[in-house]
Design a protein around this ligand. Sequence first.
Ligand SMILES: Nc1ncnc2c1ncn2[C@@H]1O[C@H](COP(=O)(O)OP(=O)(O)OP(=O)(O)O)[C@@H](O)[C@H]1O
Ligand SMILES: [Mg+2]
Length: 283
Amino acid sequence: MNRKTVIDSNTVKLYDTVKRYNTVLHESACNMRIIAIANQKGGVGKTPTTVNIAFALARAGHAILLVDLDPQGSLSEYFLADQADIQEVTVYNALSDLQRIEPLSLTTQIALLPAHDELAGAELELPSKVHGQKRLAKVLSFYQADYDFCLLDCPPSLGILTINALASAHQVVIPVKTEISAERALKRIKNTIKDIQESDLNGQLTVWGILPTIFDSRKAHHKEVLEALRFKYGEEVYQEPSRETTKYNDATVLKVDVSALDKALGVYWDTLAATLVEGGRGK
Ligand SMILES: Nc1ncnc2c1ncn2[C@@H]1O[C@H](COP(=O)(O)OP(=O)(O)OP(=O)(O)O)[C@@H](O)[C@H]1O
Ligand SMILES: [Mg+2]
């Protein structure tokens, strides 16, 4: 074997190693997991759930992109207070022009694409645009390499914004308030999810599960509703409901996540977020 052959084979090995390394880097760079927090019913805790999952994922070391998909702008208001309404560049611009807008840095690990009432215009305009149901998927592709998780806080409707969220998500978390209307609300969102899974829109969408929220164990009807959900949906219902407490309200006022006010609540969200990191639960 002459010297030239040795150098050549080493170079080839080195080249292969670099190529493999680049592939791994590329794959991990394109791995942003998109999670929609959706239920067309209002006031079921979608926004607090989004916020607290985001902080739990951040505590676990991940980079998070939050997307406010609600024209009410509650998620944006949570972090930006009265600055939310005066944002000039919002999710609306990203969806209308199919462009990457610069996320607002909330912490070193959490960033936000904000929204305000201008987004209501998208409900009217998107249906007549080409691929109007897939525009968010396209927009989110611009952020693939920058974040580990993207959380979509959906509006209380099954309009085109929620459809865009479900069309772009890998998983959907369904918060359900443990009150009498829970089952009816669930039936509607689950039918929509089924349609999206079975159509060309997003065959890969999986349901992480149903998250019972604002649960008060002192109320008999809350316990009954929880039991009925478990009976009907079995394992799909997350084992530990998110309990009602004024600390969620306090956290909103203080612009923190609930772990800052109650360590046990932090552990609750850390445990829940761990199932998302594992990519577990649901079908
Ligand atoms: N365990 C809990 N989980 C979530 N929210 C809770 C909980 N306990 C109390 N709350 C309170 O319940 C309310 C529910 O949140 P919110 O109204 O933002 O829900 P939402 O589904 O995002 O509403 P919308 O559909 O209008 O966007 C908040 O005021 C929150 O402080
Ligand atoms: Mg909300």
